[in-house]
Design a binder for this molecule. Sequence first.
Ligand code: DGT
Ligand code: CA
Ligand code: CA
Ligand code: ZN
Length: 591
Amino acid sequence: MTKAEIAAVFEEIADLLDLKGENPFRVRAYRNAARIVDGLAEDLDRVIAENRLTAIKGIGEDLASKIIELHTTGRLKFHEELRASMPAGLLEMLRVPGFGPKRAKVVYEKLGVDSLEKLEAACRAGRVAALPGFGEKSQQNILKGIELARQFSSRHHLHKARAVADPIVEALRAHPGVIRCSVAGSLRRCRETIGDVDFLVSAKPADAAAIIEEFTRQPGILTVTARGETKASVVLRGGLQADLRVVRDDQFAFALNYFTGSKEHNIAMRARALRLKNWSLNEYGFSPAEEKEKSAKELGSIVPCRTEEEIYRALGLDYIPPELREDMGELAAAEAGQLPRLVELKDLRGTFHNHTRWSDGLESIEAMAQAALDLGLEYIGIADHSASERQANGLDAKRVRQQAEEVRRLNEKFAREDFRIFFGTECDILADGALDFDDETLALFDYVVASVHQGFSQDAAKMTKRICRALEHPLVTMLGHPTGRLLLEREPYAVDLEAVIETAAKHHKIIELNAHPYRLDLDWRWWKRARDKGVRCAINPDAHSIPDLQFLALGVGIARKGWLTKRDVVNCLSAREVEQLFHGIRTRKAR
Ligand code: DGT
Ligand code: CA
Ligand code: CA
Ligand code: ZN
């Protein structure tokens, strides 16, 4: 099991113990352990081999042996027994947003409710509202939450889908019968959430059976739900479904294009083929439109295409990168030769908005900076929480000054490596749009990320005013996670993004693309519009640990979906240019 999977097991153990009403310290120990394992920068194999697990703060003998059991066998007896001792529906109920183990315990004990269905029925009958500590309003919220949980349960976060899909693609590529292999579908288009994973392989027909056999034997696969001569469907670890299709190599480009989608993009492509050439286009190739019966499947494509580039060229189009295939103007731009040259991960020279032990991060400033340097970056921005974020150990004005001193000292050291730490803050935007620090304190930072963390229930007019007021403050550099959404968990707060973008543009403020896989906020659908207004983007991992810095890659994928180029993304500037930009924003001279 990977670190993330072990962390998920520990989270579930904590939930189960909580449901049982166990000692809160024991519950917290597992939640902590989940956080620590997930945030561990080092290779787990190595830490185990060198017998160093118990040297990690928060991991004792007992947890260490559980980590080893999970990592080596993929299961944990303690976890399985705990699971078996409780109705399975209880855990399912915890997927309802805002409905935690404490509340689940109450409805279970008082009403015998032990599944999502029973919870819904009890709410509809008004029995939940009558429980002590619940009431009419929370009953309504639970009903809304059940609906969301149902809607969400069929989709999965992007990073989880990537983590299970990547090793399978590698294993397939290593198979001798496989000629070419790729993921397709929403995962290739880098959508923010994934319904199912689509794998595509090309091979000689005689090799298909062996490839399908190899696929279904992968360790990431839980069950095989369908198996045919050229297809298989499976359930991956974590509950994701996946399909594999095996095609001949001369069909590969057409199949890849078809199964990458989106469906809307495919429809536009087919319409263009018909209109321009009187060809029909499908997953097997081009064929004359009138030859419905003898399709490309039997006769082969009338224009053979080895690559997707050739398919687009055959239709008079520049190559359209998968991220743009959403039928949002990409065909027209490709026809006119006006597709943007999309930003790439290697263009990024630094990142902003990262947390350290000074607030709720796991590592020291130095360790985060070293990790960024190891990734090949030239600078990192540290932006810990401000005082109002008490549960996140937010900094007050006094600690800000101490932190500034530490950053200064570290910068002397890192200057020798041509690396720089920018000293920032993630400053709360208070309910009325005022900032959480006074101007004198704000002026100590190189830059200020302003974010909303509380008071999400304001109406759109209030929230918009609140955020715009913060953006108008001369010492604010960028807006953090603009909608506060948590993908598959919490809807965005009500806000008029048009007005927010307008205000950011007017004051030359940057908007963050928060690259944390639960956020991916500002949403890709808005970026083209923001860029056209002249708003620049900062791709920020919102890292709380060293591995979190990898989220940058997800952020780049979303930026690409938003049509952004190197010029639109401030992470592509040198440290020197960033310094000038931040200064320019402050002095209102930025352009
Ligand atoms: P997902 O799985 O919901 O995250 O989204 P996709 O885009 O991966 O959708 P999926 O797995 O149902 O299908 C993969 C691709 O296959 C899809 O992007 C386009 C193509 N496709 C599927 N059904 C249709 C269809 O009815 N018409 C056309 N033109 N293409 C389709
Ligand atoms: Ca899919
Ligand atoms: Ca599919
Ligand atoms: Zn935040």
